[in-house]
Write a protein that binds this ligand. Structure first.
Ligand code: NDP
Length: 329
C-alpha cells in the first residue's frame, strides 16, 4: 500500500483544522519500524491536540494519535520482524512526531512493545494510553504498600483512565469507590466492579481544614485541582494517591500537614516517558489482571472520520470509557 488514509492537522492564523486525506509512504517520518495500524484511540490529550490546545504540537502539517496497535510491515530492527504485532503509547509520538491516526505509522524500534499473548490489537487499544496509565497507577500504589481489601477511590471514574482503574482494582480485590459527575454511569461503573459512589461535586469543594477524617487507603486521580487537594486531606495513615491527570484543573493548593501527620504519599504517574522495562511489566500485568470481558463494556469503536467530533466531547467530560478508532475501514 503506497497510499493510505490519514487524518492531517494544519494550522492557519492560530486555528487548527483537520481533514482525512490520502498520504503516501514518502510522507512518513524517518524510523526503523513501519507499522500497518489496525487501531488507534481518542484520549483526553488527543482531544487537546485536535483542538490545538496546550501547544502540544509545534510543527504542522501533523498526523496526531498518541497511541496505536498494528502489525509490522517493514523493519530495520532485529527486535521486530515483519508480521509482529506491536503496541505504541507515549514517547510524544502524535505530538512531536507523526502518530497513529493513519493506516501506517513509522517509529523507532525502542518505542514499541510486543502485543502480549492473549490480546488482540483491538483489545490493546481498548486499553490504550488511558488504560496503560491506570495500570501504572495501580503498580505505583502497590509499590507503596497498598494491599487487596483496602478502600480505594477513583476520580473521573467514568472516563478512560477511571474506567480501567475501576475494573483493575475491583479484579485485584480492592473495595472501589467511584467518583463521577454522571449519575447515569453508576450501573456501568457497578458492572466494572465499583462498590460505592461519591458525587464529584463533593470532592471539588476546596478543603476547609488540613486534615479530614480518614477515608481512603489509596486513590487514583484523573481530575487534579481541588479534587486532588481534598482527597489528600482524606487519605488514611500512610495512604497514597496516584496523580494521573488534570481533567478538573492543574493547580494544586495543599498544606504539608497530611505528609507530616499521616505520612501520606503523593505519587506522580507519567505514561509518556515511562522506561521500557516498566512498560513491558505493565502490559504483562494488564494481560493477566484486567478482566477482558469488561473491555467490551468500556469501549466504543468509531471511524477516523468521527475523531474530530469526539475530540470536542472528550474535553467536556462527555465520553464514557474508551474510544477506539478503527483504522482499517
Ligand atoms: P476522559 O475524558 O476519558 O476522563 C476524564 C474524566 O474526568 C471524565 O470522564 C469525567 O469523569 C472527569 N471530569 C472531566 N471534566 C471534569 C471537571 N471539570 N471536573 C471534575 N471531573 C471532570 O480522559 P482520560 O481518562 O483519557 O484522561 C484523564 C486525565 O488523565 C486527563 O487529564 C489526561 O490528560 C490525563 N492522562 C495522563 C496520563 C499520564 O501519563 N499522566 C496519561 C493519560 C491521561 P466523570 O464523568 O466520571 O466525573
Amino acid at each position: 500500500m503506497g497510499e493510505f488514509k490519514g487524518l492531517v492537522l494544519r494550522e492557519a492564523d492560530g486555528k487548527v483544522t483537520y481533514t482525512v486525506e490520502t498520504i503516501g509512504d514518502a510522507d512518513l517520518p524517518p524510523g526503523e519500524v513501519t507499522v500497518a495500524v489496525d487501531y488507534s484511540t481518542l484520549n483526553y490529550k488527543d482531544g487537546m491536540i485536535l483542538n490545538g490546545i496546550g501547544r502540544l504540537v509545534r510543527k504542522y502539517p501533523h498526523v496526531p494519535g498518541i497511541d496505536f496497535a498494528g502489525t509490522v510491515e517493514h523493519s530495520q530492527s532485529p527486535d521486530y520482524k515483519v508480521g509482529d504485532q506491536v503496541i505504541l503509547t507515549g514517547w510524544r509520538v502524535g505530538e512531536v512526531t507523526w502518530g497513529g491516526y493513519a493506516q501506517k505509522a513509522r517509529v523507532k524500534a525502542n518505542q514499541l512493545v510486543h502485543l502480549p499473548d492473549g490480546f488482540s490489537t483491538k483489545q490493546a487499544m481498548a486499553i490504550g494510553t488511558a488504560g496503560f496509565t491506570a495500570m501504572l497507577a495501580v503498580m505505583a500504589l502497590e509499590d507503596h504498600g497498598l494491599k487487596p481489601g483496602a478502600e480505594v477511590l477513583v476520580t473521573g471514574a467514568a472516563g478512560g483512565v477511571g474506567s480501567v482503574s475501576v475494573a483493575l482494582l475491583a479484579r485485584l480485590g480492592y473495595r472501589v469507590t467511584a467518583s463521577t459527575g454522571r449519575p447515569e454511569t453508576h450501573d456501568y461503573l457497578k458492572s466494572l466492579g465499583a462498590a460505592a459512589f461519591i458525587d464529584r461535586a463533593e470532592l471539588a469543594k476546596a478543603p476547609t481544614r488540613p486534615l479530614d477524617s480518614e477515608k481512603w487507603t489509596g486513590a487514583i486521580d484523573s481530575v487534579g485541582g481541588t479534587t486532588l487537594a481534598t482527597l489528600m486531606t482524606q487519605l488514611a495513615y500512610r495512604g497514597s494517591v496516584a496523580s494521573c491527570g488534570l481533567a478538573g484543573g492543574s493547580d494544586l493548593s495543599l498544606t504539608v500537614v497530611p505528609f507530616l501527620l499521616r505520612g501520606v504519599n503523593l505519587l506522580g504517574i507519567d505514561s509518556v516517558m515511562c522506561p521500557i522495562d516498566r512498560r513491558r511489566a505493565a502490559w504483562q500485568r494488564l494481560a493477566h489482571d484486567l478482566p477482558k470481558d469488561k473491555l467490551d463494556a468500556i469501549t466504543q469503536t468509531i471511524p477516523l472520520e468521527s475523531a474530530g467530533e469526539w475530540a470536542g466531547r472528550i474535553l467536556k467530560g462527555g465520553v464514557r470509557g474508551r474510544l477506539v478508532i478503527a483504522m482499517t475501514t
